[in-house]
Design a protein around this ligand. Structure first.
Ligand code: FAD
Ligand SMILES: C=CC1=C(C)c2cc3[nH]c(cc4nc(cc5[nH]c(cc1n2)c(C)c5CCC(=O)O)C(CCC(=O)O)=C4C)c(C)c3C=C
Length: 534
């Protein structure tokens, strides 16, 4: 008996949905087809994307280039499918994980030099938790609930003072400094603002238009510094905050979009861990040995598979088309592959591609990145004047200093076990790195450390010197989705489709920078390649 199951629908690109149809015979899968539906202007066109016979026969060798969380996630999902004979992961540095990087000191203290908290919410959040559970990491989760002080208290540093971000009904109906009128007023007026006809808009312009300039200048400016280390006057609302863009497009208002929803998202059923996150109302989570445990655990699981080859110190220099796919040139050898999933930063991929891919090279080069100085500090004793996740600093207050995270508050488990200490992380530079500190290659660690400790002193009144510190200069760590980014990404993928290049683009350069987005993008790349749900 044959059963046709519509297994899944998820949003692929703007106004596009992918539908997976699975044909089952006596309970086992015999054929999968993936159709792309374009819902633009409410007209629906379906086209078969993949899943024909050629896609259901084994894909011999897939090379995954870049061993950050994006490349590891893609490899993890590739291994879920029996269609792939071999997966070769090529990473230029001596470790896997990319920006997921934790220092574990011998006395038990843990310091993050990249992401520190991952959100469980939404389809992409559930997807990561399902993966975490599958990897056997559930027991290592450190959840931070919505009722925790780190979730309730987030601060802004404006005009030389810390201000708690308004929250709850009372915070919205009253005038709370640094804002000059109740936020509820801006929110109520928002429903009356007309929808824009523009294809894209900067985040600052979008929020000024819908909620007023003050919220854009202070709250949203700071938020963009705390997620993209970027300038909201240049970043695209459509690519950075698609939920806001879609709310306006589909409901005519952010508030209505939030109340009524703004279109279907990807369908990701929650596993037991994701269900627990909802039941216990988690706002974010980390892992007991630091966020780097996640790529370490994926690497360990990949090593269990005889189909996977993991190569560190294997920088991709050049890739050339060959009769069956690609020849990938490394410093000291050549790897052949039928298909490449690139999880490299866009510029790194652009310099490896052959000149026959010129239009793609051009677009990849246009995706800028920013450099962030991450300064981890440890102080003896309990030195914070306020408790919360941390504070952000709008660019009008201090262009070079983006904010301070009070790591000991959300994750006290990462403090050294003996004796009371406080761990802080100061983040500097971003879109303002060059103007504030000059050439990243010329700036000294001493200068960055001094700037960070001065900020801790002036913002938090801490006069003691840190008992331990570490400066990490994260070069080109966050891609900037400037105006028109969505068109650029679509144009690159369209070039790949039209020229039948056996290449998939994943990682933080294209479809979102959060850890959740990058993992989900790895999964989407694999599902599109194999034409099956993994
Ligand atoms: C300071 C900081 C704080 C952050 N905070 C958060 C947070 O709180 N929450 C959150 O969700 N996200 C956060 N992020 C974002 C998130 O960590 C990143 O967007 C994500 O880790 C990017 O993963 P990726 O695999 O796409 O890229 P990368 O981590 O950059 O991986 C790319 C890999 O490719 C390798 N590579 C480069 N060139 C070559 C080559 N030629 N050949 C082979 N390999 C190559 C690199 O060595 C690297 O390992 C933060 C990022 C930073 C920098
Ligand atoms: C409180 C101070 C914060 C600083 C300073 C900060 C710097 C910083 N953050 C990123 C990248 C991301 N941060 C993300 C989430 C996030 N960041 C903060 C606070 C600071 N970040 C908070 C409170 C949160 C959680 C968001 C929430 O729960 O509301 C994310 C993930 C966003 C997501 O969609 O999941 C990223 C990415 C950088 C590069 C950076 C450096 C200046």
């Amino acid at each position: 008996m044959h059963h046709l199951i519509v297994a899944k629908c998820h949003k692929h690109e703007e106004e596009e949905e992918l539908w997976h149809f699975i044909l089952k015979e006596s309970g086992s899968e015999v054929q999968t087809e993936v159709y792309r539906f374009c819902c633009r202007n409410r007209r629906e066109h379906g086209s078969r994307l993949c899943g024909d016979k050629s896609h259901n026969k084994p894909m011999r060798t897939v090379a995954v280039i870049g061993g950050g969380i994006g490349g590891l996630a893609a490899s993890y999902y590739l291994c879920k499918s029996p269609q792939v004979t071999k997966v070769v992961v090529l990473e230029s540095s001596s470790r896997f994980g990319g920006w997921l990087w934790s220092t574990r000191r011998s006395d038990g203290a843990i310091f993050e030099h990249g992401p520190r908290g991952i959100r469980p919410a939404g389809a992409v959040g559930r997807n990561t938790l399902n993966m975490v559970e599958d990897l056997g990491l559930a027991g290592e989760i450190l959840p931070v609930t919505h009722s925790h002080v780190a979730s309730k208290n987030r601060y802004l540093y404006v005009k030389g003072q810390l201000h708690r971000m308004p929250s709850g009904i009372s915070g919205l109906v009253r005038t709370v400094p640094p804002f000059s009128r109740p936020i509820l007023l801006s929110v109520a007026m928002e429903i009356l603002v007309k929808k824009s006809k523009e294809d894209d808009e900067t985040i600052h312009s979008f929020v000024s238009r819908r909620l007023g300039e003050e919220l854009a200048d202070i709250a949203v400016d700071s938020l963009c510094r705390g997620v993209f280390a970027g300038d909201c006057r240049k970043l695209s609302v459509r690519s950075c905050f698609p939920v806001l863009y879609n709310a306006e497009q589909h409901r005519g208002s952010l508030i209505l979009g939030m109340l009524l929803g703004s279109g279907p998202g990807p369908a990701v059923p929650p596993g037991p861990l994701a269900q627990r996150s909802v039941k216990e109302s988690w706002a974010q989570w980390s892992l007991s040995k630091g966020v780097e445990s996640l790529p370490e655990s994926i690497t360990d699981s990949l090593l269990q598979s005889r189909r996977v080859e993991l190569h560190r110190d294997a920088g991709v220099k050049h890739i050339c088309p060959s009769a069956s796919g690609w020849k990938i040139h490394l410093e000291d050898g050549v790897v052949s592959a039928d298909h490449i999933i690139s999880a490299l930063p866009a510029k790194a991929l652009s310099s490896a591609l052959p000149s026959s891919c010129q239009p793609l090279i051009q677009e990849l080069q246009e995706i800028s990145t920013v450099t962030v100085a991450v300064v981890n500090l440890e102080y003896d004793g309990s030195i914070l004047p306020v408790m919360g996740f941390g504070h952000l600093v709008p660019s009008s207050e201090d262009r070079g200093l983006m904010g301070i995270v009070y790591d000991s508050v959300p994750f006290p488990q990462h403090n050294r076990p003996n004796g009371q200490t406080t761990r802080l992380t100061v983040m500097m530079g971003g879109a303002w790195f060059q103007e504030e500190f000059g050439d990243p290659d010329a700036v000294t660690e001493k200068r960055l450390l001094e700037r960070a400790t001065e900020a801790v002193q002036s913002h938090l009144g801490v006069t003691s010197a840190p008992s331990w510190s570490r400066v990490a200069l994260q070069r080109d760590c966050i891609p900037q989705y400037y105006l028109g980014h969505h068109q650029r990404v679509e144009s690159m993928r369209s070039f790949i489709r039209k020229t039948n290049l056996p290449l998939s683009l994943t990682g933080s350069s294209y479809d979102g920078v959060s850890v959740n987005d990058v993992i989900f993008s790895g999964r989407t790349a694999v599902e599109q390649l194999l034409g099956t749900v993994v």
